[in-house]
Design a protein around this ligand. Sequence first.
Ligand SMILES: NC(=O)c1ccc[n+]([C@@H]2O[C@H](COP(=O)([O-])OP(=O)(O)OC[C@H]3O[C@@H](n4cnc5c(N)ncnc54)[C@H](O)[C@@H]3O)[C@@H](O)[C@H]2O)c1
Ligand SMILES: [Zn+2]
Length: 672
Amino acid sequence: MDPMSTMEQLVAELNKLNYHYYTLDKPLISDKEYDALYDQLVALEKESGVVLPDSPTQRVGGELLKGFVQHRHLAPLWSLDKAQNVDQLRSWNARVTKLVADYNSKNPDNPLPQPSYAVELKFDGLTLNLTYTDGRLVQAATRGNGVVGEGILAQVKTIKSVPLTIPYQDGTIEVQGEGIMNLSVLEKYNQTAAEPLKNARNAAAGALRNLNPKVTAERKLSAFFYNVGYSDNIRFESHKEMMDFLRDNHFKVNPYISYFENFDDVTKQLEDIQERRAGLDYLIDGAVVKIVDMRTREALGYTDKFPRWAVAYKFEAEETTTVLESVSWEVGRTGKITPVARVEPVELAGVTVQNCTLNNIGDIERKNLKHALGTRVFIRRSNDVIPEILGKVTEESDGEEIVYPEHCPACGFPLEQRGAHLFCNNRLDCKPQIIGRITHFASRDAMDIETFSVMTAEQLYNELNVREPADLYTLTFEDLIKLDRFGEKKANNLLAALENSKDRDLASFLFALGIPNTGKSTTKMLADHYRDLHAVMNATVEELIALPDVGGIVAESIVSFFADPFMKTGIEKMLSLGVKAKAPEAPQVVSTDSFFSGKTVVLTGTLHQLTRDEAAKRLEALGAKVTGSVSSKTDLVIAGEKAGSKLTKAQQLGIQVIEDEDEFIRLLNMEA
Ligand SMILES: NC(=O)c1ccc[n+]([C@@H]2O[C@H](COP(=O)([O-])OP(=O)(O)OC[C@H]3O[C@@H](n4cnc5c(N)ncnc54)[C@H](O)[C@@H]3O)[C@@H](O)[C@H]2O)c1
Ligand SMILES: [Zn+2]
């Protein structure tokens, strides 16, 4: 195809994509894919020197929706030039530096300062432009086509952090920011929504451009503000001054803004932001680098589309689209069946993605994926987690049905549906469940059997008939040495690791058993509370529910786990083979007649003869309750060296204080 026709096609395609993205808030492809097409058009325009009249490279944003009043921005709203990598960022900086040098050679009397830089996060949401007149919010608008936007005042007013009035009352200003939906809010919303939202950006944009402000309010949006685009009366000298103004006027400004004199430090900061990205509660698609000095900004000016004094550094995309090819079903150690999607291989965030999670059948239904085989879907991968399918690209398009299995794919046992999940109840005879249980038992947080892996579990299952964790403790050197890939050393290592594991504490042992719905913190709490394996095994639901953080489901899971004769026999077998399931350290008998018993004690300052932790343990053993802060309920404060505010407070409240460490030790020992 000749370049001209390619360009025409690209322009038509991109304009269609823009319409779906900007006007309908329902993108047809991912940003990553869009950017690739866009870059292709830019390259062709550069090569040919021709720019078609309706090329998207010449305009900002998209068409306005009908139904909203139009708002003409007092100053235009821009798009941002972008850099995909550090080289492109350096080219931007080279252009800036050159323009500044040119300016200075023409204006030697009043030169611009050396460029210095502000680095901000680039929020992925919807641009907001708020108009305040004499301190009152009078209009809020979308960016629209950059010159005219849609008035969405009622919608923006539902954002609780947007100030309706501000202290600054000197005429009219326009303030720009980004309306966003926090990821935690999106997750919560999706838990109960009839139609889950696929993406926080479109969720925010769709909510703000909904004619019904009640819908906007339900989405609980937030916003960050980063620019004063227009003002009747106020001029800023620097970016910093502008940010201070925004903060002083109660706008929510993101805390991650940093300033640099040196361009190399800017690139370091970008790496830092990239590392933080996964921990943020909102989407960012990059960082924005801006020139700090306002006079320099004016001198650099604007192209048709963006300011020359700022650039967006784009991060690797976390979202793309691909075709859902098939679904297979995996059996976990609790018998839970998890659907795993196979997709057409696609590059995403530096790796080739082929498998995605679908969580459970409830998830398939909620995401409207039941008839999605062979259709295009959005997938998302953040950090190292397994990519997730978000939903169909076009809700209307139907593909083949995902057929749910009726029998366990591993053992053929009929499956049972509980809530959103399918389960294979054939616990004693379903290979992946057994392998999963044994592998979990051996894992680091459980029995910590070194060098043990899934492969070991499979080999022991296949060749030595190991069917449950207890069988591990019957293995002999003669058994192991027969196995493939097992030399003398490896066999001895495994036996030694097994021997060591017998000394693991009760909490780890309980965790190793893999009680459904019961994680590490719960097993630790159980061990601390009961201090004895048989006491945990005999606990009743009523008893368990009374414990901290144990709900009905967890209590039921624990009781029915230990009611299972198979589990009981396995545990007794392990005990007889030398597993100790040792109670946590700290004395069992709590003294009731000591100086400290029944007293609420606060430890503060530095002790020299023992650590604060040790002191707390000793006190608890003597029947004291050790707490962190001094209040009227405190009976006694032990003040070590450099004790500060807690000591002062104790003195104010007239609480008994022991400041002499020797005296404290004497009292502790007296009771021992
Ligand atoms: N998937 C699709 O079909 C599709 C279609 C069109 C556009 N897009 C995406 O949109 C991008 C085009 O973007 P655009 O012109 O709307 O926006 P842009 O990427 O050029 O960025 C400009 C916008 O960034 C926002 N921003 C966030 N944080 C900021 C900060 N700290 N300082 C200044 N601005 C900040 C502002 O709202 C501003 O309007 C494309 O790169 C593409 O990824 C996708
Ligand atoms: Zn099975």
